[in-house]
Design a protein around this ligand. Structure first.
Ligand code: ADP
Length: 320
């Protein structure tokens, strides 16, 4: 659907934001662009709707170079949602959503019907919200209107740049769930930028993890989790690890510890035991042996488990 061929972007000041990027985004896919701040996610995203033009290489949508599309048509057919949604303050919700359909010269009746449909789709009752001004909406509601506006003219592609990162955790989780449900229903191709790996794991069909303008790994969340391509990926997803309980085991805590004494006597647990259960055992015993396939692979002590958890929490905070 969207194909990047050796795409690079160099800003006038010489910053090489994206370097020789090859990327194929499939039709109907939810693709996440992830990676640390400054790695080129937003630049990559904005090159799709030509808010930024590539310096080298080509981008095609449905096999046609994006430079060969009429720029207005290209943008109207690609929905765009930003972190700080910029609704027009003097316009009502209805007028805000109608902008692109009006540019596309849809009929009054068609636009009205579409607005009702979209407001319902994003969970806002049309009769209550149609006539409100943006200042009469909460942050989460404004963001919903932003999503509705981006979908207004029924684009095939939706670009989302950290759309939920300014929301409080509860609204954010709700929006994440809603966009997943919406995606199942309307089957758009979504390209979604986030620096939050938990969000990436939750939403993405595939995650494209970038570093310094290049792709480090592109894969399903599961493969990235279980087979990180290198130490950078491993470190980067570290922040999301603790929240995925089935993956956080006693063995994992051991992995990050200095080599411990392999014999302690006393109680034994399996390396696959979820960490929280291992920790429960550590309430009774100062230390426990961790066993894998009949071998003791290390000793988990109360102190080392606490040190591990503290590291994980610190790491997580870094990405919040
Ligand atoms: P991300 O979205 O991953 O944080 P960006 O795509 O915004 O990364 O930026 C990639 C790199 O390009 C960064 O080093 C950033 O400072 C630089 N950059 C972004 N926009 C500009 C610009 N208009 N002029 C010069 N450098 C820029």
């Amino acid at each position: 659907m969207i194909q990047f061929n050796s795409v690079s972007k160099k800003y006038p000041d010489g910053t090489a934001a994206v370097q020789s990027l090859d990327l194929y985004i499939r039709e109907g896919e939810f693709l996440i662009l992830a990676g640390p701040s400054g790695c080129g996610k937003t630049t990559t995203l904005k090159m799709i709707n030509r808010l930024i033009d590539a310096t080298n290489g080509t981008i095609t949508i449905r096999d046609k170079n994006i430079r060969d599309y009429n720029i207005h048509e290209l943008r109207w057919n690609i929905g765009y949602v930003l972190q700080q949604i910029a609704l027009f303050p003097h316009m009502t919700v209805e007028e805000n959503i109608a902008v692109v359909p009006e540019l596309k010269k849809w009929s009054r009746a068609q636009i009205k019907e579409r607005i009702d449909e979209l407001l319902t789709m994003v969970g806002l009752h049309p009769n209550t919200y149609r006539g409100r001004k943006p200042s009469e909406l909460s942050g989460g509601q404004q963001q919903r209107i932003g999503v509705a506006r981006a979908l207004a003219a029924d684009p095939d592609i939706l670009l989302m740049d950290e759309p939920f990162s300014a929301l409080d955790p509860v609204s954010r989780e709700k929006m994440q769930n809603d966009i997943l449900a919406l995606q199942k229903r309307i089957n758009k191709t979504i390209v979604f930028v986030t620096h939050d790996m938990q969000e990436a794991f939750k939403l993405g069909d595939r995650i494209c993890l970038m570093k310094a303008g290049q792709i480090v790994q592109i894969d399903t969340p599961k493969t990235i989790f279980t087979h990180p391509a290198n130490e950078f990926v491993h470190q980067f997803i570290g922040s999301a690890r603790p929240l995925t309980q089935e993956i956080m085991t006693a063995a994992q805590a051991l992995e990050s510890l200095p080599i411990a004494d392999k014999k302690s006597g006393g109680r034994r647990i399996s390396a696959d035991l979820p960490l929280e259960e291992a920790i429960e055992q550590l309430m009774d015993d100062e230390q426990i042996e961790v066993e894998k396939e009949g071998q003791i692979i290390g000793v988990l002590t109360r102190q080392s488990a606490l040190a591990y958890l503290s590291g994980v929490l610190k790491e997580r905070r870094m990405y919040e």
